[in-house]
Design a protein around this ligand. Structure first.
Ligand SMILES: Nc1ncnc2c1ncn2[C@@H]1O[C@H](COP(=O)(O)OP(=O)(O)OP(=O)(O)O)[C@@H](O)[C@H]1O
Ligand SMILES: [Mg+2]
Length: 365
């Protein structure tokens, strides 16, 4: 997947900007607050359908304007595509002249992987951040997953609403049986997707991490179910989740929330046998996050047959020289957009194109 043209109008501080990227490494540089991340953010919106920084569309539109527009020309599977994202009260994607029925139906058309300082949160933050990572990554390669996830979220909301009714004596406990059964069935389905993804990602990420650490450290990834089930069989997973829901019912009614299920599961990341979140150094956490993201990129490539575009926001300055070299070596066949404040970090690159960003416009290269 190669971006051949990019244009933004009134997207945050990008009043009007047009770039014609290289198929290799593109370096977007400039001082703080000039619009570099805004470019990365707007490109990623074609992948995730929303921003990785905010859910409020209004924040994405230049202050005082009513509409923002981003256009992307890209090749995929040997075909030229023109995509337009229009942001007004609502988001609208137009692909090759045809308006997409909903933003979600654009998912999968343009694939990219973003790595930014906040990627570190996958390792450092609460389990919800790792679940979010899994949910987005799996949806990218198995679009049906997001439908199951949506269904699960609805069932969960209904169960929680019923818990509230029961807690105030407005409904009977037995009514929960039907929701528990549905939640267990749908939850087992999600769990299977996630376990398969983690198994495959681990195979790739462990290898990458070994190289990054010079063979000295070992990364381990494990999907942890809140129901304490270790099964990989769908029937057993359903059964175990159903039993766990029943077991926790009393507490769930008291707290008015569902305490087991995929919405409480975690991706356990270990370095040399210890929890990376609690024990690993900054550098080890960064390497683990990098290995996970590279695994994500490889898995997209394996499934789609296309190299996803790599977006590296403020990443180079955080890595030491050997890690920078290794990262760029890994990415030598990919189209990369990387942002930095000055180009001194990347002068060793053989082939790259630079874009100097100032006050939301490209002032030279
Ligand atoms: N809706 C908006 N309208 C106008 N300007 C905006 C809007 N949203 C954000 N900005 C401005 O965009 C500017 C650039 O932000 P961006 O995050 O892209 O900077 P950057 O070049 O990546 O800087 P840094 O090097 O610090 O990461 C900020 O100064 C911010 O005030
Ligand atoms: Mg930035």
């Amino acid at each position: 997947m190669i971006i051949t043209g990019y244009r933004a109008e009134h997207f945050r501080n990008l009043k009007h900007i047009e770039l014609f990227p290289d198929s290799g490494v593109n370096v977007i540089f400039g001082e703080n607050g000039q619009g570099k991340t805004n470019i990365i953010e707007s490109i990623w919106m074609f992948t995730g359908c929303h921003s990785f920084r905010t859910h409020k569309a209004a924040e994405l539109i230049e202050k005082g304007k009513r509409e923002a527009k981003v256009s992307l020309s890209f090749t995929a599977h040997g075909m030229e595509n023109d995509a337009v994202l229009s942001l007004q009260q609502k988001r609208e994607f137009i692909l090759n002249g045809a308006v997409k029925q909903s933003p979600r139906s654009f998912l999968g058309e343009f694939q990219s992987v973003v790595f930014s300082p906040t990627t570190l949160l996958i390792v450092q933050d609460a389990p919800s951040e790792r679940r979010r990572f899994l949910d987005i990554a799996i949806s990218m390669i198995r679009p049906a997953y997001s439908t199951h996830l949506l269904k699960y979220t609805k069932i969960l909301a209904n169960r929680n609403a019923l818990l509230k009714q029961i807690s105030i004596g407005a409904a009977q406990e037995e009514y929960l049986d039907a929701w528990d059964e549905q939640l267990a069935r749908c939850g087992a389905h999600l769990t299977l997707y996630r376990m398969q993804y983690v198994e495959e990602a681990a195979r790739i990420a462990v290898e990458i991490y070994r190289e990054i650490s010079g063979g000295k450290e070992e990364l381990r990834l494990e999907y942890q179910q809140s129901s304490n089930s270790f099964s990989v069989d769908e029937y057993e997973l359903t059964e175990n989740l159903y039993i766990a829901l029943q077991k926790n019912r009393e507490g769930d009614i008291r707290r008015i929330q569902t305490s087991v299920g995929p919405h409480k599961d975690d991706l356990f990341i270990q370095v040399d046998g210890l929890s990376a979140r609690s024990y690993a150094s900054q550098g080890q956490q960064r390497s683990a996050a990098l290995a996970l993201k590279l695994a994500e990129a490889y898995m997209i490539k394996d499934v789609s047959g296309e190299y996803p575009v790599i977006l590296l926001d403020d990443v180079m300055s955080e890595l030491d020289n050997s890690r920078q070299n290794l990262l760029l070596e890994y990415l030598k066949n990919w189209q990369v957009f990387l942002t930095c404040c000055d180009t001194s970090h990347i002068t060793r690159l053989h082939s790259f194109k630079t874009f100097h960003i100032e006050n939301g416009t490209c002032v030279g290269d």
